[in-house]
Design a protein. Structure first.
Lengths: 121, 121
């Protein structure tokens, strides 16, 4: 159950566009909290709250330097997300295949309706 | 923002082991709510609540037959999760490489300490 709880914590932490934007910024390199807060038009305490959620989920780590506590991303838990999601890959690929076939069928029908020779791949 | 909200809804729906187990069951084929509820030792209303979260996130669809309303998985939103997560793949792969190198180093040090010839790949 430990693995599942980690996965739940990761998914919950990612269920917020600001937290995902923070991770996207940190993927470019570590930076201090004040710099992270800048693009979000949010108070420092509000950003700190998001950082605590990310830190608890193990998605970021924070330096101990009192002055600027740099944050850095830890992408480890995202591997768990990718592994979990990958089990369903064949399902959405099948779905896209079906959609593709359906669109081909209606294109052929439309072209027949307009008296044109149906295009073939 | 629509895309981001969809992604937040998907992540929030996946942040629960019971909901992930329901999806795993539905990946094998559609089934009625009563059958879905069986392995979880949960009341039917509790399972229905989870199903509503999954349905709102577009991860499942439910039939309209009054008697047994079969549920089926819709893996479409999981492609969004996979695409988002994939941007971070190089980061966790680098992390695993570093871990691998570190483990190799301490193995070599240990073997030197015990007077053995270090193994090489």
């Amino acid at each position: 159950m430990v693995q599942q709880d980690q996965l739940s914590a990761t998914f919950a932490a990612l269920a917020d566009p600001t937290r995902r934007a923070i991770l996207a910024r940190l993927a470019e390199g570590e930076c201090p909290v004040t710099e992270l807060a800048r693009p979000f038009d949010m108070s420092l305490p509000a950003v700190s709250k998001h950082l605590r959620v990310l830190e608890r989920a193990g998605l970021i780590a924070r330096g101990r330097e009192a002055q600027w506590r740099p944050c850095r991303i830890d992408a480890g838990p995202l591997k768990g997300v990718a592994d979990w999601t990958d089990r369903y890959r064949t399902l959405w690929e099948k779905r896209l295949d079906r959609l593709d076939k359906y669109l081909q069928q209606i294109t052929v029908k439309k072209e027949k309706h307009h008296g044109r020779k149906p295009r073939r791949k």
